[in-house]
Design a protein around this ligand. Structure first.
Ligand SMILES: Nc1nc2c(c(=O)[nH]1)N[C@H]1C(S)=C(S)[C@@H](COP(=O)(O)O)O[C@H]1N2
Ligand SMILES: [Mo]
Length: 324
């Protein structure tokens, strides 16, 4: 049975985010602590934070509160856990490898190439890429296909707006993403046996246009740490974590369905869609429940990770068991 959640867009983030770390960081950013209902954080220039350079503890400004949806028993994951328990195989396969091994990685300066079947492509500095868009905070559940989950306050821009700006041609049916290849800075990329590099992912165009999909540049009020995919990563909260490709270098519009790394690596275990689905088990473990990092007991996994209302329409009539 599905558990219906009330639309949490009505729930202010301070009501569901009691973690002191986050509140302290927020207090640091606004200078005054959280002001209920305030639409914007206090500091003026949206781009300043990005230009401040890489690393943690770089607050972001001009962030609007965006649509957030988590249930009342979804406490925010601690900043500590979200930045030390990671999957980012470019830095190694252990959960603590990304935080331990990513300090050499330089996410600044960065440019993003937009190409393929669109009329308004090009190569943009990250600042120019972000500039036309409103930064929004989105508090989302993140459900890894390995059956653990977190709740993270991302800061990002609407992927739909990015797509519209690129002006895709009628023949563009999919959008493909590619991660950077820099073995000198990403030690996991020295071995081709871990995964084929670059890490690639893709979405169907209507999935990319769904309002839940964002490109994240920050989390917990700050610039994205290297281990979480600095400086730009995808966040589609209704899909398993592996769809949310980190350190994006290139975004292409394609007619054919793009390859995605985990499907290429283990086609019997991972597909293209990777929608969170408690009724379709992984060949080696159940997907009916999950371990929320920080919790003792497992919890039920929700259809589309709890975002059924927003995304089920994208898959009407599709066999979700076959399209796993
Ligand atoms: N480039 C790249 N992106 C990636 C991965 C990766 O190994 N490389 N791992 C994915 C997986 S399996 C998950 S669960 C999420 C984890 O994101 P987090 O570490 O920010 O929680 O990133 C995804 N994005
Ligand atoms: Mo994952």
């Amino acid at each position: 049975m599905l558990i219906r959640h009330k639309k949490a867009s009505a729930v202010a983030s301070h009501e569901i985010t009691p973690q002191s770390v986050y509140l302290n960081r927020r207090a640091m950013i606004t200078g005054t602590g959280l002001i209920a209902g305030a639409a914007f954080l206090a500091a003026p220039h949206a781009q300043a934070a990005l230009q401040n350079g890489p690393g943690v503890n770089t607050p972001m400004s001009n962030v609007k509160k965006g649509y957030s949806k988590v249930g009342t028993n979804d406490a925010l994951t601690s900043y500590e856990a979200a930045t030390t328990y990671n999957n980012f195989y470019e830095f190694g396969t252990g959960k603590d490898d990304p935080s331990a091994n990513s300090s050499k990685f330089k996410p600044t300066p960065w440019s993003v190439k937009v190409d393929g079947l669109c009329n308004n492509g090009g190569t943009f500095t990250l600042e120019d890429f972000i500039k036309p868009h409103q930064l929004e905070e989105r508090i989302y559940r993140l459900r890894c296909v390995e059956a653990w989950s977190m709740v993270i306050p991302w800061i990002g821009i609407s992927l739909a707006e990015v797509v519209k700006r690129a002006d895709p041609q009628g023949s563009a049916k999919f959008i493909a993403f590619e991660t950077i290849v820099r073995p000198e800075e990403m030690q996991g990329q020295k071995s081709r046996f871990i995964l084929p590099w670059p890490y690639v992912e893709g979405l169907r165009m209507d999935e990319a246009m769904n309002p839940l999909a964002i490109l994240a540049v920050g989390m917990y009020g700050e610039v994205l740490p290297n281990q979480n995919g600095a400086p730009l990563r995808l966040m589609t909260p209704w899909k398993y974590g592996f769809k949310n490709v980190k350190s994006i270098l290139r975004i292409s519009f394609t007619e054919a369905q793009p390859k995605n790394t985990w499907q290429v690596s283990a086609p019997s275990e991972y597909g293209f869609y990777a929608n969170v689905n408690p009724k379709v088990d992984h060949p080696r473990w159940t997907q009916a429940s999950e371990r929320r990092i920080g919790d003792f007991l497992r919890r039920e996994t929700l259809m589309f990770n709890g975002y059924e209302e927003e995304v089920a329409g994208l898959y009407a009539g599709m066999d979700l068991k076959r399209n796993y």
